[in-house]
Ligand binder design. Structure first.
Ligand code: SAH
Ligand code: SF4
Ligand code: F3S
Length: 452
């Protein structure tokens, strides 16, 4: 475990870092914050492992596949480490938290295992390895993450993620997150506002608030604070144009929050609110705390107040005991809600969770077939919904060059559609009007009409 390290000085020889991140937005933001800390210490970021003095992976444990990918990357570094024993190899994040010491046993060439609540100590941990040369394990889950964010270290000047709470207390039966991210802790509004203000002063126009279960923001803070209160405060920040938040949980989502969204002009008309299944039996076994009927009714209410609201979801197929009839209920929910887009996952048992005690009895071919069926259905729905936008003008926040065609610009509508159009680079970071001419299931194509 870590001792206090008073011998740190900034001129150490480890100056270049390769960093790869797996998993969700929260992990990506933790990677950004970690890299910020290292850059403050004089590290240079490199994009090739063989140019790096320090190689770090920020890992995910949500499905077996995510872990397999990291172990295979680590395995591939064995030879590099043999030829360059001074290079430090580190595993950070959720898999580090979950597997701990076992990572050293399986991959003895790994030097550092640093859990989800310890990354603020990265510079000190790396120095410890450099000075003592031994395996360092830092996975204390009761730490409070306290990172002094240096807002200038951001991949995108105009957009930023801000963590408003860490951890999850929901314990959905299939999910490893509460075990690897620990109990829910909300940051104070004052703290978040200070960070948001610094980001805006640094040029940020759009902020996405992050929390695994963001609707329970405020739990444990003094004075019955809610996500609505936080959104109201941030809405007042001059210079900020748009506010988004993820991920919403249907059971913790409130009608009050919908009314607040309605009132606040900067909060975008989009919800990522994973339904996970359309079958009440499966939802019960998943310990989700709502029924498909409740979900439908909630979305109906939200759309009544916010007519242009788009809703995105996650679904898990092949949960233990999921019958063909259960699956058809999921199909029906997808057809009824007409989501903007969906992430579909094949159930992956996670040791230690409640669901892992159930037999993983849906054969892989059935999981695969259900996955494909939902993907196809969603693609069809997305295309039909996008076609309704043809001929209309939408407000777009310009994010940068389009990935598929660097000569064109790409941005997003308030409802989170991706829009591609012709325009000059000077428009990046601005709000513009675009008339939509053509669509696919994933993208809207249009013509620039105005700078707003
Ligand atoms: N906090 C978010 C998302 C957490 S993980 C939420 O509550 O919605 C992202 C998604 O991974 C989940 O929404 C779920 O669809 C999926 N997921 C989580 N555990 C899984 C497992 N064991 N197998 C397959 N998919 C899983
Ligand atoms: Fe996992 Fe459920 Fe928490 Fe989301 S709400 S992180 S699915 S336990
Ligand atoms: Fe994965 Fe951890 Fe996020 S398990 S989904 S990286 S919270």
């Amino acid at each position: 475990m870590i001792n206090s390290v008073n011998f740190i000085h900034k001129d150490h020889q480890y100056k270049s870092v390769f960093f790869e991140t797996f998993g969700c937005q929260m992990n990506k933001l933790d990677a950004e914050l970690s890299l910020g800390l290292l850059q403050e210490e004089g590290y240079r970021i490199v994009d090739k492992v063989d140019e790096a003095d320090v190689i770090l992976f920020n890992t995910c444990s949500v499905r077996q596949h995510a872990e397999d990918k990291v172990y295979s990357h680590l395995g591939a570094l064995k030879i590099l480490k043999k030829n360059h024993p001074d290079v430090i190899v580190g595993v950070l994040g959720c898999m580090a938290q979950k597997d701990g010491e076992a990572i050293f046993k399986r991959m003895p060439h790994v030097d550092l295992v640093c859990g989800t609540r310890m990354f603020s100590q990265l510079p000190e941990l790396l120095l410890k390895i450099r000075n003592h040369g031994s395996h360092v394990l830092a996975i204390d889950e009761n730490q409070i993450v306290n990172v002094k964010r240096v807002v200038t270290y951001r991949p995108n000047i105009y957009q930023a993620f801000v963590t408003v709470m860490r951890g999850c207390d929901n314990f959905c039966s299939y999910c490893i997150v509460p075990y690897v991210r620990g109990r829910e802790i909300s940051r104070t509004i004052a703290d978040i506002k200070e960070e948001a203000q610094a980001l805006v002063l640094n040029g940020c126009k759009e902020i996405t608030l992050l929390g695994q279960n963001i609707n329970s923001y405020g739990k444990g803070l003094d004075g019955n604070i809610t996500l609505g209160d936080l959104l109201s405060e941030l809405n007042d920040l001059a210079g900020l144009e748009r506010i988004r938040f993820v991920t919403s949980h249907p059971a913790d989502m409130s009608r009050d929050l919908i009314r607040t969204m309605c009132r606040l002009e900067k909060v975008c008309e989009h919800l990522h609110m994973p339904a996970q299944s359309g079958s009440d039996d499966v939802l019960k076994k998943m310990r989700r705390g709502y029924t498909a009927g409740y979900y439908r009714e909630f979305v109906r209410y939200a759309r009544e107040l916010i007519p242009h609201l788009t809703v995105a979801s996650d679904f898990i197929v092949g949960f233990p005991g999921e019958t063909e009839e259960d699956f058809q209920e999921t199909v029906r929910l997808m057809e009824d809600i007409r989501f903007q887009n969906c992430f579909i996952f094949k159930y992956s048992p996670r040791t230690g969770t409640k669901a892992a005690e159930l037999k993983d009895d849906v054969p892989d071919e059935a999981k695969r077939a259900r996955n494909i069926k939902l993907l196809e259905l969603q693609k069809h729905i997305s295309l039909e919904e996008n076609k309704k936008i043809v001929g209309k003008e939408v407000q777009v926040f310009v994010e940068g060059a389009s990935k598929s065609d660097p000569n064109r610009l790409s941005g997003r509508t308030r409802q989170n559609h991706i829009v591609v159009f012709n325009g000059s680079q000077e428009l990046v970071g601005k709000l513009v009007g675009v008339v939509i001419h053509e669509v696919t299931d994933l993208t809207l194509f249009g013509k620039l009409t105005s700078c707003l």
